[in-house]
Design a protein around this ligand. Structure first.
Ligand code: PLP
Length: 462
């Protein structure tokens, strides 16, 4: 069989039998996979047609150390040879997971004494919601159930975290969200500020909305506020000046549990170990995932303070056990890979490296503000969101039917850069954390060329 028929056969298998998440099923059904990635190395992926692309989205914001790493692969192999699986139910444990729990508490952004492992960011956030509800039950406040989060937030795909997420395309068609999940505005200053409003005034308005939401719902019914330090799935939205101080003042005023989702921000993405450190947050608990294992193994964790653990102890006393867990949570191979990843992060001073690379990276992105399609560029570390607009002066978006963001994504893909477009026409540029300066220059030049391609197609269109 020649190479081309083999490629075609694989694509047909995918088209006919593989159901993809977060994918237009009709497009996939008609045309097959958008890309068939066959290998990777450094920041580059190779597709089945032999093309090499820079991955400007780190897989899904997770491939922190790029696509090849002998140390991570060997750590997985060693662990598979020694102990490929061990449950963590019934008080059973294994050395790697004990070491990883201790290691995470030692690097946490807040005094988190306790760590519980899950398999994905979704499961971790879902577990946290359950634990907060469980705590309120043992504290005699069973009506304290309401979770506050923000539009455009993305917390994953279980039923509760979809309800928590502010992604309309994940709601109505599944009969969601449920009651008890309240939403605040996304802090997208560029799109949602009023004419002449300063960043601080906008932030104060966001905090006032938060307080009104609490008062309208009844403070005694509010269980927690969930937030990503910088929204990722919403389109890499960096909050404006004064946002987090104002929001945290409301959190403190009403004594609300503050859960920070570090799924994307954690482990250096912002040029700090945690997004909480980048934005000076003081959370009660946190989720981490993705770069925990540099994406070489599916693993996540929730980290929390002793007081929540003390309440979970009572839940366990009542039921005989803490009635929660997953077969593969605390997997020894994941733990071995995570420990190795954390060693590598320390040895190469990943956080310092991201800070250094963020200078050319953010400068390259900000230079695109001169482009007629680009209305706003905001980022931190190696995490940047670009807003495409039809009219910069009036901050007017393109007709969504034109799919301008998707067009930029497609043109960039054709030119050798994978990027993600997120409604409304935002481009999320989130490369692997090991990206080098020359690769940053190459990637931003491709993005500029893709913007030119699209501008030439859409200019003059209403
Ligand atoms: C901030 C955030 N939280 C949670 C999740 C869900 O993680 P997972 O896909 O591992 O369930 C994601 C996924 O992208 C995310 O970006």
């Amino acid at each position: 069989m020649t190479a081309a028929p083999a490629i075609e056969a694989t694509r047909q298998q995918d088209r006919q039998h593989h159901v993809h998440g977060q994918t237009n099923l009709r497009t996939h059904g008609d045309h097959g996979p958008a890309a068939m990635v066959v290998k990777g190395s450094g920041v580059r992926i190779t597709t089945d047609d032999g093309r090499s692309l820079i991955d400007g989205f780190s897989g899904l914001g997770c491939v922190s150390l790029g696509y090849h790493n002998d140390r991570l692969a060997n750590a997985a192999k060693r662990q598979m040879d020694t102990l490929p699986y061990a449950p963590t139910f019934y008080g059973r444990s294994h050395p790697k997971i004990a070491a990883l729990a201790a290691r995470l508490t030692s690097v946490a952004a807040a005094p988190f004494e306790k760590v519980m492992f899950q398999c994905s960011g979704s499961e971790a956030n879902d577990a946290m919601i359950k634990f907060i509800w469980a705590r309120n039950i043992v504290r005699g406040e069973p009506k304290r159930r309401k979770m506050i989060s923000r539009w455009r937030g993305y917390y994953g795909n279980t039923v509760t975290v979809v309800a928590l997420s502010g992604q309309p395309h994940m709601h109505a068609n599944f009969g969601l969200p449920m009651d008890d999940f309240l939403k605040l505005s996304t802090p997208n200053f560029y799109l949602h500020s009023l004419e002449g409003e300063s960043e601080e005034a906008f932030s104060a308005r966001m905090a006032a909305e938060f307080e009104t939401t609490i008062l309208d719902a009844g403070p005694e019914t509010i269980a927690a506020f969930f937030a990503e330090p910088m929204q990722s799935g919403g389109g890499a939205i960096r909050p404006p000046e004064g946002y987090w101080p104002a929001m945290q003042a409301v959190i403190r005023k009403y004594g609300i549990h503050f859960h920070v989702d570090e799924t994307v921000c954690g482990f250096g993405r912002t040029g700090h170990m945690w997004g909480a450190e980048a934005f000076d947050l003081n959370p009660d608990s946190a989720t981490c995932a993705k770069a925990l294992t540099a994406a070489f193994f599916p693993m996540s964790a929730i980290m929390f303070r002793q007081d929540l653990y003390d309440d979970l102890m009572k839940t366990s006393d009542n039921a005989g056990v803490l009635g929660h867990g997953f077969t593969y949570a605390g997997h020894p191979v994941g733990a071995a890979v995570a420990l190795e990843a954390l060693d590598i992060y320390d040895e190469i001073d990943l956080v310092g490296y991201v800070r250094r690379m963020s200078v050319p990276f953010l400068a390259g992105c900000e230079a695109l503000l001169d482009h007629p399609l680009v209305g706003d560029v905001r980022g931190i570390g190696l995490f940047c969101g670009l807003q495409l607009v039809q009219d910069k002066a009036r901050r007017q978006l393109w007709d969504p039917a034109l799919k301008v963001g998707q067009m930029v994504q497609d043109r960039a893909h054709a030119r050798g850069l994978y990027l993600r477009s997120i409604p409304p026409d935002r481009i999320s540029f989130t490369p692997p954390l090991i990206i080098e300066e020359g690769e940053i220059a190459e990637a931003t030049a491709i993005l500029k060329a893709a913007l030119d391609d699209v501008w030439n197609e859409v200019r003059g269109r209403a």
